[in-house]
Design a protein. Structure first.
Length: 201
């Protein structure tokens, strides 16, 4: 019974943590407007960089990455690898569908990277390498993000991680790729724009 309550509290707390959107807080409090009113309408690091500059984008990325780290760290301390699964996926769901912002959040890449680190540091190295190579060659962050998500699944298999961590490597990429479904359509149609950051504001 105690384990059940720990799992439920971990899931609820991680979801609420994930629901704290860095891009919305930064754009509203520091920049005077809501990032979701610009560009792709997405509350994530890429749209922040496109709209307000690289500094805002990187700050958002760091904040969101830390959310995932905190959720998976607490999960690991409470319930081991099962806690990593519960805390990490709940945080990712909160990031993508934040209760504080009418369930309109980001696409999960920054939090997903933190989940990769929680799975294994080598998994993070693999997905970052894939992201950088694909994004630089294609000049499209979305292409790099989608391939990096798929690389997390492959990393889990190659590294022979535990069953709960393998579940992270399955569920996180599925959610991230689902969040990029519009980007996938544009990539297939050849209408996805290249990444270009705005001047810092």
């Amino acid at each position: 019974m105690m384990l059940l309550w720990k799992g439920l509290l971990l899931a609820a707390g991680s979801y609420l943590l994930g629901s704290v959107s860095a891009s919305i807080l930064i754009s509203r409090t520091m920049l005077g407007s809501d990032v979701r009113e610009y560009g792709s309408g997405n509350a994530g690091a890429t749209n922040m960089a496109r709209t307000f500059g690289m500094a805002s984008g990187l700050l958002t990325l760091l904040f969101d990455f830390c959310k995932g780290l905190i959720a998976t760290y607490i999960g690991a301390r409470l319930l081991g690898d099962t806690g990593v699964l519960i805390g990490g996926i709940a945080c990712l769901i909160g990031h993508c569908f934040p209760v504080f912002y009418r369930f309109k959040g980001g696409k999960g890449i920054s939090v997903g990277a933190a989940l990769g680190l929680a799975v294994h540091w080598k998994a993070l190295a693999i997905i970052l390498s894939v992201f950088l190579i694909v994004a630089l060659l294609s000049k499209k962050v979305s292409a790099g993000s989608i391939c990096a998500a798929a690389a997390l699944f492959v990393s889990g298999i190659l590294l022979h991680v535990s069953a709960p961590k393998m579940a992270v490597c399955v569920l996180a990429p599925l959610l991230v790729i689902w969040q990029h479904r519009g980007n996938i359509r544009r990539l297939l149609n050849g209408t996805e724009p290249d990444f270009k950051a705005a001047k810092n504001k």
